[in-house]
Design a binder for this molecule. Structure first.
Ligand code: PGA
Length: 246
């Protein structure tokens, strides 16, 4: 069985205003439907974007989730998986390198977040990837093995993995296609060892309208997690089209 394909736009802390977020969401609705498209606005824009996407097949995602509870409680500043599910959110990004680097998120915390997301019925888009130094030291696969180890007991139908080399995020740099294919093969072997043979494995890191077709045709690449280019509607629709064609 082939893994489902996804093209997901991670808007990060963008755009600056609610009206810009709504404009982006409205243009997404017009896009090709032969690949599953997702968009991940910031928390404050989720409800409004969700309403605009309600009649479409586009999946709404969140960028973070409370590690302490899936419901409610005294956790100032947090948003729970249950609250997200209640407003129509379908998935949450966990393990993004920006959260690991800037907020010190470690395996124990990520595991707790995964558990809360799964408990509330959300799908987890789990990001893994090596730093430039680890890449140069040829430690990529060992780093990924350690990051993937938190997934052992996640239900396979609630999981998507995104391979995002840290040094490729927002830099315009990407690994070669052969390197990406090799890493995806390795991730799929690890997941098969966890009895998850059909989990989708996306590539992320400087995907744009020019290189999307190359990633889309690469063996074992089941879609893309797109940052910067997901904020430019023309570029994002070309990326979606590239994955829809292949
Ligand atoms: P980028 O970001 O496409 O801007 O490199 C990808 C990501 O962080 O998910």
């Amino acid at each position: 069985m082939n893994a489902q394909k996804y093209v997901i736009g991670n808007w990060k802390l963008n755009p600056a205003t609610l009206s810009q977020a709504c404009q982006l969401a409205s243009s997404l609705v017009q896009m090709d439907k032969s690949v599953q498209v997702g968009c991940v606005p910031s928390f404050v824009h989720l409800s409004a974007v969700g309403e605009l996407l309600a009649e479409s097949s586009i999946l709404l995602g969140a960028q973070d989730v409370c590690a302490k509870t899936a419901t409610t409680g005294a956790f100032t500043g947090d948003v729970s998986a249950g609250q997200l599910a209640d407003i129509g959110v379908k998935f949450v990004i966990i393990g993004h390198s920006e959260r690991r680097a800037y907020y010190g998120e470690d395996n124990a915390l990520l595991e707790a977040k995964i558990q809360q997301a799964v408990d509330a019925g959300l799908t987890v888009v789990f990001c893994v990837g090596e730093t430039k130094l680890q890449y140069q030291a040829q430690q990529t696969l060992a780093v990924l093995d350690e990051q993937l180890s938190v997934l052992k007991s996640v239900p396979a139908d609630r999981l998507i993995v995104a391979y995002e080399p840290v040094w490729a995020i927002g830099t315009g740099l990407t690994p070669s296609i052969d390197e990406v294919i090799g890493v995806h093969r390795h991730i799929k072997q690890v997941l098969a060892g966890y009895a998850m043979p059909t989990v989708s494995v996306l590539y992320g890191g400087s995907v744009n309208e020019k290189n999307a077709a190359e990633f889309a045709t690469a063996f074992g690449v089941d879609g893309a997690l797109v940052g910067g280019a997901s904020l430019k509607i023309e570029a994002f629709s070309q990326i979606v089209a590239a994955f829809a064609d292949n």
